[in-house]
Ligand binder design. Structure first.
Ligand SMILES: [Ca+2]
Length: 210
């Protein structure tokens, strides 16, 4: 008895279906491997991109921090220059407003005259340019009336010397008609600024040419 075609067809069809299933499985496996490779490549790109982005961010942050440091340093230097100028030129102007020699004694000796440097150590009684050889060199800065100046990291030292009348850039051991007044502003042990003028007896201050 011959097998019904349908049965044989069904069997053949089942056989073909099994082969097709294996083919489909293999194809799916290839697709999966490809997908995995793709995913791996994608992960690689993502990691590289992340690393580059991190590096760029770090570089930008470093550049910004560096720029901020520069701005702060410039700002500090500008503020320091303003403070030093104010302290030096301010004291030089205070000195320049006074006479060449003591108005009471006319003494040629350099330094404060009798009683002008009291125990309270203020400049309130200074009345000629060379009284200032004592002052803010070893203590908190003060205004002339003794009011403290809130710039405690600075000190001011004033020197007054006679200059040779014939050669007013050279020091003179004796009394002459020229006094070189130098205000040095110190920040710690560092010289932060030097300000000079020359007072001529009976005349106006002139710039020191030395
Ligand atoms: Ca005096």
């Amino acid at each position: 008895m011959a097998r019904p075609r349908t049965q044989g067809g069904t069997t053949a069809g089942a056989t073909c279906g099994s082969r097709g299933s294996r083919g489909a499985t293999a194809g799916a496996a290839r697709a999966l491997r490809a997908a995995r490779r793709g995913a791996g490549a994608q992960r690689g790109v993502t990691l590289i991109e992340t690393a580059v982005a991190t590096l760029v961010t770090a570089l930008l942050a470093g550049a910004l921090a560096g720029a901020a440091e520069v701005v702060l340093a410039v700002d500090r230097e500008a503020r320091r220059a303003a403070e030093v100028g104010e302290l030096g030129l301010g004291l030089l102007a205070e000195i320049a407003a006074l006479p060449f020699a003591d108005p009471q004694t006319g003494s040629g000796a350099l330094g404060p005259d009798g009683g002008e440097w009291p125990a309270a150590q203020t400049r309130a009684l200074f009345d000629d340019v060379d009284d200032y050889t004592v002052g803010d060199g070893t203590r908190v800065l003060q205004q002339k009336d003794g009011t403290p100046i809130d710039l405690r990291r600075y000190r001011r030292v004033v020197t007054v010397i006679y200059l040779d009348s014939q050669d007013p850039v050279s020091p003179s051991a004796g009394e002459t008609d020229y006094k070189l007044i130098t205000v040095t502003v110190l920040e710690g042990a560092e010289v932060a600024g030097v300000f000079r003028t020359v007072r001529v007896r009976g005349g106006r201050d002139v710039d020191y040419a030395g």
